[in-house]
Design a protein. Structure first.
Ligand SMILES: [Ca+2]
Ligand SMILES: [Ca+2]
Length: 511
């Protein structure tokens, strides 16, 4: 599938023989170790690069015609780009929880920015991806934003080595934009101010990853997770990155008038009241263009940090035996469909960069099959020739990494709070909300998902048939909210919908 910027312009990854079972040193569970270090040295290393809130505005996905991401293009040239990859939740905590545990939000009940799995008795013993690799003899390292916020930060059970926490780094003395609705949230800011790239949080995370790659012990395979914070708001970058995107020539995203006239009320309920400004506020305050420019500047800056880490890998003894995987936790709206931010079930929120490179992976290829971030855990385990992890809900991408045209049956599912899901295959996106309302988009002819084919009374039998086929994949037996859930929680109760514990008054919609 090719992403289009507008209707008019189309911009276009065998285990050894002897296993010893030794007491685990990190998490109290049995630790399975390969007896010979020679076995370990044959296993590939994993370098996982995570980027926060990065939508498809990267060169390998062509989501914005002007975007400059040479490092991600270089990685794509060495590997496979999944052009139809989707997050399992359009929000940091549930998306990352899903990816790192291999379970859907509907299987854990983690839908909001809280809880952290270790705080929930029935989830606390879930084996995360780094833990699984640690159990199999890997040295695990986590730096920057892998889990949401400071979840698990510096906890020995999560990783052997911890790098810096994620963070903005240098900040202006006060916000650069006018006070934003909903409490003038400190993160809702963007623009440039005098500072140095070296003073940014992501620079420090990249520097840590570079140092670890340069000094990595060679007698043990590693799983290095390096998580960048930008282009998450606040979108601050130094002037040089803004200079890449002169306002006079910068293209704006397709913001279609009346685009939500054919979307149900529930499409508003799932992002009822957010600190991220609506498009109307951005326009009234002359902030739409500055936001787009700031986001692009931050994407290019973070790409340069990806480049520093890739350079370090390529200059290291590990270059030929390391699988690199790059992903973002979800996308981002920059004015499309009347909103900025995430928390929607459309492509702008669900479509994410997903690139694999390394030994055994085809170079410079694209895979158009619908895939899920949930697939990472079983994929990386299989690529490392580890036993199949238990309880995985994703499906290994190894067939596609060897042959990009290898077909997959299952579509990609994204969930935002219980009962609200989108289901994507190679062509269509079907959405069903908790109240039963629906949307269907033909992404071949309508890449911006503008025309809801289930709106009105003229639904064709073909569109009804496609909807029913995709609806059959909707999650069943959805778990209720996990203990301690909070932030961006939508609940359906007997007397209506509640956003963060407050009843939704449909007359008070903020557009
Ligand atoms: Ca995020
Ligand atoms: Ca529309």
């Amino acid at each position: 599938m090719t992403s289009c910027f507008s209707c008019r312009l189309c911009f276009s990854i065998v285990a050894g023989c002897f296993l010893l079972f030794l007491p685990g040193k990190t998490n109290g569970q049995t630790k399975e170790l390969v007896s010979e270090s020679a076995q370990n040295t044959r296993r590939p290393n994993i370098l996982m690069i995570a980027i926060d809130d990065l939508n498809d505005w990267v060169e390998p996905l062509g989501g914005h015609p002007d975007v400059k991401t040479p490092a991600m293009s270089r990685l794509a040239g060495r590997g496979i780009t999944f052009t139809n990859a989707h997050c399992q939740a359009p929000l940091c905590n549930p998306s990352r929880t899903s990816l790192m545990t291999g379970k859907r939000p509907t299987s854990t009940g983690v839908y909001g920015l809280a809880p952290w799995i270790r705080n929930v008795p029935e989830l606390s013993s879930l084996v995360t991806m780094p833990q699984y690799f640690s159990e199999h003899g890997y040295r695990t390292l986590i730096g920057g934003k892998i889990y949401h916020g400071r979840n698990g930060f510096r906890k020995a059970i999560e990783a052997d080595v911890w790098g810096p926490a994620s963070g903005v780094g240098a900040k202006p003395e006060k916000k650069l934009i006018p006070p934003t609705p909903g409490g003038n949230h400190a993160l809702m800011d963007w623009g440039t101010f005098p500072h140095r790239d070296e003073d940014k949080g992501d620079w420090k995370v990249a520097s840590w990853a570079v140092e670890e790659l340069e000094s990595m012990p060679s007698d043990q395979p590693f799983f290095l997770s390096c998580g960048f914070f930008l282009p998450h708001v606040p979108c601050y970058a130094t002037q040089k990155w803004f200079d890449l995107y002169p306002i006079e020539t910068m293209k704006m995203p397709p913001i279609l008038k009346g685009d939500r006239d054919d979307t149900p009320d529930s499409s508003w309920f799932i992002h009822w009241d957010l600190p991220e400004p609506r498009t109307s506020w951005l326009r009234e305050n002359d902030q739409l263009v500055p936001l787009v420019q700031s986001y692009l500047a931050c994407v290019s800056f973070v790409d340069s940090q990806v480049g520093r880490v890739l350079d370090a890998l390529e200059n290291s003894p590990h270059r030929d035996n390391t699988i690199v995987v790059l992903w973002s936790d979800h996308g981002y709206h920059l004015g499309e469909k009347s909103i900025s931010g995430k928390n929607s079930l459309w492509a702008r929120s669900t479509r994410v960069p997903l690139i694999f490179a390394g030994p055994g992976i085809a170079a410079n290829e694209q895979c158009q099959q619908a895939v899920e971030l949930l697939d990472l855990y079983p994929t990386l385990a299989q690529l490392a020739q580890l036993p199949e992890p238990k309880g995985m809900e994703g499906i290994s991408l190894k067939p596609q990494l060897q042959q990009p045209s290898a077909s997959r049956e299952r579509p990609a599912i994204c969930t935002h709070n219980a009962g609200n899901h989108s289901v994507c295959d190679e062509r269509w996106r079907y959405i069903r909300y908790a109240d039963g309302s629906e949307e269907l988009y033909d992404r071949d002819s309508d890449p911006n998902e503008a025309k809801n084919l289930l709106f009105g009374n003229q639904v064709t039998p073909v569109h009804r048939q496609v909807s029913q086929r995709l609806a059959a994949w909707l999650p069943k037996d959805e778990k209720p909210l996990a203990k301690g859930s909070g932030a961006r929680i939508l609940e359906q109760r007997v007397d209506g919908f509640y956003w963060q514990g407050k009843k939704i008054d449909t007359n008070a919609r903020i557009e």
